[in-house]
Design a protein around this ligand. Structure first.
Ligand code: NAD
Length: 367
């Protein structure tokens, strides 16, 4: 089979800085593991706006549809804050998600032992945490019609509509159950079936899909209770399945359990392509961090872990993903820290490139 293809869209701010480290890691897998990717690069966000007047050129969109996976850095920055809504950097990202139909957003919340002290929760609640949140990404209240602000009886009324079809719920549920089969075989589905009809349908459809996954233990929880449980006893969860709105909030909550934004990867998956691989985009959760751009302070680990997710979910290279994650675990255990993982009294942080260096060394040692 031809070498798998990757489109790198580094974007703005620290995006290109952290992506430079990912490119070195990709090169390492080519050199040392005979795992060679056909890599192309293009512009997104403010960088694309500067070059083309749009946050994503049609040619770039077409390339994203053809490759096996897209790796994205980050978009946005103060320079673009006053642009018209239609050409804001984030529109490039939303266009990719929408046109690739990336309906399942995977956000792991994993606590590396060496960083357990960084959490706002007690260490014993968080050490060893490994949760995956599957958030439905292309429907629900962010997209439902009718929407808008109208005048009724001389008063402004704001309207958004939570709308889910059975098919939309079913495909998100399948993504969650498939993942659970590769992990701890537990899915907790979160909605508000007590007060929302869309929640009742969500619960019904998830229960129906579960019939095909008897090995997986399914539970249901109201999303507000889910938020409480996430900060009370997060290790009770394996895979959490939820809709777009609740997922937006719950995944940020779960993410921060683990400490720093600079550590958090994500994947957005769509339907399988002709070669069986899902349409996919991998990106760190953090933004373009304009406050530290150009200063070699960015932590590249979130972006590197996003590539590890690509190895696992797009390329079926779970053992190599494990190798990369273990290398990161090792350097953290050895005390390697970028500035975001340290207090002011903790000594000199590693630069972005130095963090890349120690991870590459740990990869070499893993052979
Ligand atoms: P941000 O994630 O860029 O930064 C928040 C804070 O976390 C900053 O103090 C930053 O320095 C720090 N931080 C983030 N990533 C880091 C890393 N890898 N290493 C070390 N520190 C890191 O969020 P923001 O400041 O709210 O937004 C900045 C810009 O990014 C805005 O234009 C926003 O719209 C955009 N944004 C883009 C995305 C994306 O591309 N997916 C996501 C969020 C925000």
């Amino acid at each position: 089979m031809a070498n798998p293809s990757l489109l790198i869209l580094a974007g703005d701010g620290i995006g290109p800085e952290v992506m430079d480290e990912v490119k070195r890691i990709i090169g390492w897998f080519g050199d040392k593991r005979d795992l060679t990717f056909v890599v192309s690069e293009d512009l997104v966000g403010g960088a694309a706006y500067d070059a083309h007047g749009v946050p994503l050129h049609d040619d770039t969109m077409a390339k994203a549809q053809e490759v096996d996976a897209v790796l994205l850095g980050a978009v946005g920055g103060p320079k673009y804050d006053n642009l018209d809504f239609s050409v804001k950097p984030e529109r490039g990202l939303l266009r990719l998600r929408k046109e690739m139909d990336l309906f399942a957003n995977l956000r792991p919340a994993q606590c590396f032992d060496a960083l357990a002290d960084f959490s706002s929760l007690k260490k014993d609640l968080i050490a060893g945490l490994d949760i995956m949140i599957v958030r439905e990404l292309t429907s629900g209240v962010y997209f439902g019609e009718p929407r808008g602000i109208h005048i009724e009886d001389n008063m402004r009324v704001g309207i958004n509509t939570q709308r889910y079809t059975e098919a939309e719920i079913e495909r998100a549920a399948r993504a969650a159950f498939d993942l659970a089969m590769k992990r701890g075989k537990k899915v907790c589905s979160m909605e508000k079936a007590n007060v929302m009809e869309s929640g009742i349908l969500w619960r019904d459809v998830v229960t129906e899909v579960h019939a095909d996954y008897q090995e997986v233990e399914l539970s249901h929880m109201y999303a507000d209770n889910g938020a409480m449980q996430l900060v009370r006893a997060p290790k009770q969860f394996d895979v959490i399945l939820t809709d777009n709105l609740f997922g937006d909030i719950l995944s940020d909550c779960a993410a921060m359990l683990t400490g720093s934004l600079g550590m958090l990867p994500s994947a957005s998956l769509g339907l399988p392509m002709a070669n069986g691989r899902p349409k996919a985009m991998y990106e760190p959760v953090h933004g373009s961090a304009p406050d530290i751009m150009g200063q070699a302070k960015a932590n590249p680990i979130a972006c590197i872990l996003s590539f590890a997710m690509a190895l696992r979910y797009s390329f079926d290279e779970g053992a190599e993903a494990d190798r990369l994650e273990a290398a990161i675990e090792k350097v953290l255990a050895d005390g390697a820290r970028t500035g975001d993982l340290m207090g002011p009294e903790d000594g000199t942080p590693l630069s972005t490139t130095e963090m890349g260096d120690v991870i590459l060394t740990a990869l070499d040692e893993s052979l």
